[in-house]
Design a protein around this ligand. Structure first.
Ligand SMILES: Cc1cc2nc3c(=O)[nH]c(=O)nc-3n(C[C@H](O)[C@H](O)[C@H](O)COP(=O)(O)O)c2cc1C
Length: 381
C-alpha cells in the first residue's frame, strides 16, 4: 500500500507531505491500523527503569513534537513513543524550506529548528491521553532563544521538566540539536554537569524518581577515542546518576553520500538522518556501552530500517531502539517488519529474551551465535 502512496507523497514538498501524513495520523481509525500492524513475541519484551516495554522499537523524537497523535503511533506497534523536543516557551523554528529528502541515500536533512508549542500547551494535550498506551518519553530542550543564557538557560530547562514530568515515563534532555546554537549549549561537559545537577535536584523534589536520559550527537570522528568530549560526557553522566543515553541525534556530516554535491550545497545546513547515519550511531552505542561498562542503558537510534540494522545496535549495546527516517522511506509497515525479523534473529541465535543479547557481541557463548553476530556486525562495519 505504501509503495503506491509514497511516489505521490514524494511529489510534494517534504514539509507539506509531512503535514498531510500527520493529518492522516490524527484522524486514522486506530482500531483498524492496530489490527493491520499487530505483532507480538515475548522474546522482544524488555524491562528497564521499572517500565515494561512490549517491544524495543520506539518512535524517535521530532516526528510528533507536540504529542498530537500518540494513539496512532501506538497503533503502528511502537513499543514506546518519544514526543518533543519541547521547550519551556513556544518556538516557531527556522524559516521554510527546512526539510529535504535525499532519496539516493534514503536520508533526510532537516533544519526545523525546534519548532514546538511550548511545555504548557503540550502538557495540557498529553494530560488528556487515555490510559493503556505504550510508555511515553518526553524530550525537552532549551528554548532556542539566544537571549536565554547561563542560569536562565538552566531555569528554562527546569521549567519544562517541572511542567512535563508527571506525564512521562522518562525524560530526555536534548543537548544535541544541530539546528540552533542553543540546541547544543549543554553538550559541553561542564555545562552538562551544571544542567544535570539542576535537573536531578528538581527530580528529587518530585514524587517520582523518573529516569533521566541524555541525547547525544553522533561522533564527529571515525575513531571515537579521538573525541575527548565523549569520555568527559560519560564520566559526568556516571557521576550525576544519569539513567540512560540516546545515541544519537542527527549529524552535520556529509561524507560518503550518493546525493550530488551541488544538491547538498543547495540544501545547505541541517542535520542528516537515515541510512548514512546507521554505522556512525552503532559505533557510538558500542563506545558508550564499553566506556560505561554496560552501567548506563542506551537507546540506539540512527538509520534503522531493517531487522539486521536493529540487531547490530542491540549486539553493540543498545537496550531499546528508535526510528524516524525509515518511516518516510518504508512506510508504517516497517515497525512490524523490524519486530518480526528481530525476533527471528534473536531466537535463531538461541536468545530467549532480547536482554541477553544487549552488548553480546563480545561474549557470545556458542560458536554458532558468534558467527551470526559477526555477520550482522560486519554489515554495520
Ligand atoms: C525532521 C526531523 C526532526 C527532528 N527533530 C528532533 C527533535 O526535535 N528532537 C530530537 O531529539 N531529535 C530530533 N530528530 C532526530 C531523531 O529523533 C533521530 O535522532 C534521528 O533522526 C536519527 O534517527 P533516524 O535515522 O531513524 O531518523 C529529528 C529528526 C528529523 C528527521
Amino acid at each position: 500500500m505504501y509503495s503506491i502512496v509514497r511516489p505521490l507523497l514524494f511529489q510534494l514538498n517534504p514539509e507539506l507531505a509531512h503535514s498531510l501524513g500527520f493529518l492522516a495520523a490524527r484522524v486514522a481509525p486506530v482500531k483498524v491500523t492496530s489490527s493491520v500492524f499487530r505483532y507480538s513475541n515475548s522474546v522482544l519484551d524488555q524491562y528497564l527503569w521499572g517500565i515494561d516495554f512490549t517491544n524495543p522499537i520506539g518512535l524517535a523524537a521530532g516526528l510528533d513534537k507536540n504529542g498530537s497523535a500518540v494513539p496512532f503511533w501506538a497503533s503502528l506497534g511502537f513499543g514506546f513513543i518519544e514526543v518533543g523536543s519541547i521547550s519551556a516557551q513556544p518556538w516557531p523554528g527556522n524559516p521554510k524550506p527546512r526539510l529535504f529528502r535525499l532519496p539516493a541515500d534514503k536520508a533526510v536533512i532537516n533544519r526545523m529548528g525546534l519548532n514546538n508549542l511550548g511545555a504548557e500547551r503540550v502538557a495540557a494535550r498529553l494530560g488528556k491521553l487515555a490510559k493503556g498506551l505504550p510508555p511515553l518519553g518526553i524530550n525537552i530542550v532549551k528554548t532556542p532563544d539566544p537571549e536565554i543564557e547561563k542560569e536562565a538557560a538552566i531555569d528554562d530547562f527546569r521549567r519544562s521538566f517541572r511542567t512535563l514530568v508527571r506525564l512521562a515515563n522518562y525524560i530526555t534532555l536534548n543537548v544535541s540539536c544541530p539546528n540552533t546554537k542553543e540546541g547544543k549549549t549543554f553538550e559541553d561537559p561542564f555545562a552538562l554537569d551544571e544542567l544535570l545537577k539542576a535537573i536531578t535536584e528538581e527530580r528529587a523534589e518530585t514524587v517520582r524518581n523518573i529516569p533521566i536520559l541524555v541525547k547525544l550527537s553522533p561522533p564527529m570522528f571515525e575513531r571515537l577515542e579521538l573525541d575527548s568530549q565523549i569520555d568527559e560526557i560519560v564520566s559526568v553522566a556516571l557521576d550525576r546518576g544519569v539513567d540512560g543515553f540516546i545515541a544519537g541525534n542527527t549529524s552535520t556530516h556529509r561524507d560518503g553520500l550518493n546525493t550530488p554535491t551541488d544538491t547538498l550545497q543547495r540544501i545547505g545546513a541541517g542535520g542528516l538522518s537515515g541510512q548514512p547515519l546507521r554505522d556512525r550511531s552503532t559505533r557510538l552505542i558500542r563506545y558508550l556501552h564499553e566506556r560505561s561498562e554496560g552501567a548506563i542503558p542506551i537507546i540506539g537510534v540512527g538509520g534503522i530500517a531493517t531487522a539486521d540494522d536493529a540487531y547490530a545496535k542491540i549486539l553493540a549495546g543498545a537496550s531499546l531502539l528508535q526510528l524516524y527516517t525509515s518511516l518516510i522511506y518504508e512506510g508504517p509497515g516497517v515497525v512490524k517488519k523490524i519486530k518480526s525479523g528481530l525476533a527471528q534473529l534473536l531466537l535463531k541465535d538461541g536468545f530467549q529474551n532480547i536482554k541477553q543479547a544487549v552488548g553480546a557481541q563480545y561474549h557470545l557463548p556458542v560458536a554458532g551465535r558468534r558467527k551470526e553476530a559477526e555477520r550482522v556486525i560486519a554489515l554495520s562495519a
